[in-house]
Design a protein around this ligand. Structure first.
Ligand code: NAG
Ligand code: NAG
Ligand code: NAG
Ligand code: NAG
Ligand code: NAG
Ligand code: NAG
Length: 581
């Protein structure tokens, strides 16, 4: 009996000692045998704790900010009593407090983000979140790690010789299958299981094995590089396609515009011609050098309508405005019809067609016809007519040329009083490097050619078409049209200029251009969606240069309104042709 009790005592004591010492032994054993994976987990743990605390407090602040009035009651701690803290005192004594809190609890049922803040005790909030957020964070992290392992395993597999069925590839395939399954499970339940962690460990050791099996780093990296290149090539192709489509959209006239042109044209021929007296009266104004003359070269009826209407509506003295619209014979009827149906107040509008300029073929060998650009925006003959202004308007001294993709927002009569300093062309400059409109001479002009290098300075300031004041008297004195033809001929013989009329303008008006203030002409609304609204508002003329024209579907939505407000879309012709703002 005594022996039995003794044995029992020894047994109990030894059990006790085991329960006391075993944890100590086990912990120290674990500390010694932290594997590489174990160490990473350990470090992750160390890392994740402060991060989660940070995340937690920022979450709480966010949630707090999304609440209006009663927030200060919910968070009584000093941390959360910022400027509104004072309100909380008032609110604290407010008898409606209970009612408000109930409201939040009700909403809490529907919306998780309110649920936590609806609790009265902040401690409870914290505990609740502690239980949820860090868990999902570390799960996210593990899922990322798993995906990373999967990618690495697949790279090793793709690196194995095709058709190989070695032990290692089989193992990798098996591990990939397992891990994919684990990732699925984890993302479904957003909980990590022991088996998932075990699968990660297995995968890691297989990957280490694979690393030993393929020690040839350079082959490996070239394989990886090839994969990256492949991806980059796809991105490049996509970008190319987008550019192509945008340019295509910019070149194609929307269906509604064709419809409008057709309808206006058929009406035009049903109209009785204007009387002699009307024509005579108009003629007087067209040549009056005391009036403000504007020229637009275009085949787009709607675009011209907006340019003219916006100029006239912003003008202080619309009766002194004369518009000369130059188009081709195809569009002349529609253009004339539009402006006789929609007279622009007391302003005068004349429509000319280039086919009537018989001096053009008589006096000049039409160099611009042989120009061979793939983009019709550059080949449009109308685009090059601006170099013949003194011939088109023999009786005028000064003219402002507007592109058809501009909108006038201010009275422009001040342009007629700008000091031109004896120069021919007044334009805004585009040589400030920090601006979106920045252009350098050598972007379009080939300075490797000695002829160019001798005559021009590649650092000379560049300027923009779109809104230019031309002094036609000085132009005639300087024979600039002859100079234009000289460079046109040269550029047909050797590769000195590229891309449209702008570089031709730079060389033609070299030394003959004076800068006008930037507020007169704001560029970029057709290619830059980040133009500061302040600059747009202040500008006298805004220019949708680029492919994103305001009348196209691709145009920037935020700038379309500035254009479409000058067009009455209730007009029956626009309605019939399904053209909307
Ligand atoms: C909860 O509210 C937030 C912010 O008001 C909202 O973004 C979220 O969609 C809502 N969630 C549900 C489930 O209603
Ligand atoms: C214009 O380009 C086409 C094809 O790109 C070519 O066949 C033709 O000879 C070119 N014309 C001139 C005048 O360069
Ligand atoms: C620039 O001009 C030189 C000389 O005329 C010519 O050899 C060269 O190909 C041209 N460069 C380009 C990009 O056209
Ligand atoms: C312009 O050309 C005319 C004749 O073509 C010539 O008489 C005149 O001297 C030229 N003026 C200048 C500035 O070159
Ligand atoms: C531009 O002006 C400068 C100085 O006034 C002169 O030296 C140069 O020859 C001129 N260049 C051209 C192309 O007229
Ligand atoms: C011209 O523009 C004004 C606003 O600036 C607009 O009210 C009017 O309808 C436009 N006229 C036409 C014919 O589109």
């Amino acid at each position: 009996m005594k022996l039995l009790r003794r044995c029992l005592r020894i047994l109990i004591l030894s059990l006790l000692s085991v329960s006391v010492f075993a944890p100590l032994v086990l912990v120290s054993y674990r500390l010694k045998t932290i594997t590489s994976i174990g160490r990473r987990e350990f470090i992750d743990d160390l890392w994740s704790r402060p991060r989660d605390v940070e995340a937690l407090s920022s979450m709480e602040q966010e949630a707090g900010e999304s609440l209006k009035g009663p927030r200060p009651i919910v968070f009584k701690d000093n941390d959360f009593q910022s400027r509104e803290g004072i309100n909380s005192l008032e609110f604290g004594s407010n008898p409606s407090k209970e009612h408000k809190d109930n409201r939040f609890e009700d909403e809490g049922e529907k919306n998780n983000s309110y649920k936590a803040t609806g609790q009265h005790d902040r401690g409870a909030v914290k505990r609740d979140k502690n239980a949820r957020i860090p868990q999902s964070r570390s799960v996210d992290y593990k899922v990322k790690e798993m995906t990373d392992q999967l990618i690495r395993a697949r790279v090793y597999l793709s690196f194995a010789p095709p058709g190989s069925n070695s032990h290692l590839t089989k193992e990798l395939r098996q591990r990939i299958k397992e891990l994919e399954h684990a990732v699925e499970e984890v993302t479904k339940d957003s909980a990590l299981t022991k088996s998932a962690l075990q699968k990660m460990k297995n995968m890691e050791s297989s990957l280490v094995k694979a690393g030993h099996a393929y020690p040839d780093c350079s082959a490996m990296s070239s394989k990886l590089r090839a994969m990256t290149d492949n991806a980059e090539e796809q991105v490049r192709m996509q970008k190319k396609q987008v550019t192509y489509l945008v340019n295509l959209a910019a070149r194609t006239t929307p269906k509604g515009f064709h419809c409008l042109s057709m309808r206006l044209t058929s009406e035009y021929f049903a109209l009785p011609p204007p009387s002699e007296r009307e024509l005579l009266e108009q003629k007087k104004l067209l040549h009056d050098t005391k009036l403000y003359h504007y020229a637009v070269f275009s085949d787009n009826v709607l675009a011209c309508a907006v340019v003219v209407n916006s100029t006239v509506s912003s003008a202080k003295e619309p009766e002194r405005i004369v518009f000369h619209l130059v188009t081709n014979s195809l569009n002349l009827p529609a253009m004339s019809m539009w402006f006789s149906l929609n007279p622009m107040g007391r302003a005068t509008v004349e429509v000319l067609r280039m086919e009537d300029f018989e001096w053009l073929s008589r006096e000049y060998d039409l160099g611009w016809k042989v120009h061979n650009f793939s983009d019709p925006r550059f080949t449009s003959e109308l685009n090059y007519l601006r170099f013949y202004l003194p011939n088109i308007f023999p009786s005028l001294d000064k003219v402002v040329v507007l592109d058809h993709d501009v909108v006038v927002q201010k009275d422009l009569s001040g342009l007629w009083h700008v000091d031109m300093k004896g120069k021919v062309n007044g334009a805004v400059e585009t040589c400030q490097e920090n601006e979106a409109s920045f252009l350098r001479m050598d972007m379009f002009i080939n300075f490797s050619d000695p002829l160019i290098a001798d005559e021009f300075d590649s650092k000379a300031c560049t300027w923009a078409f779109g809104m230019n004041v031309f002094d036609l008297r000085r132009w005639r004195e300087e024979n600039l049209t002859a100079r234009y033809h000289e460079y046109l001929r040269l550029s047909n013989e050797r590769p000195i200029l590229k891309g449209g009329s702008l570089p031709l303008g730079w060389v033609t008006f070299y030394n003959q251009t004076t800068a006008v203030e930037r507020r007169w002409h704001m560029l970029g609304l057709g290619h830059d969606s980040t133009v500061p609204p302040d600059d747009i508002e202040k500008a006298a003329v805004i220019h949708y240069n680029g492919a994103w024209k305001p009348w196209l579907d691709i145009g920037f939505g935020e700038y379309k309104g500035l254009w479409s407000k000058h067009m009455d879309f209730d007009n029956p012709y626009l309605q019939q042709c399904n053209i909307h703002g």
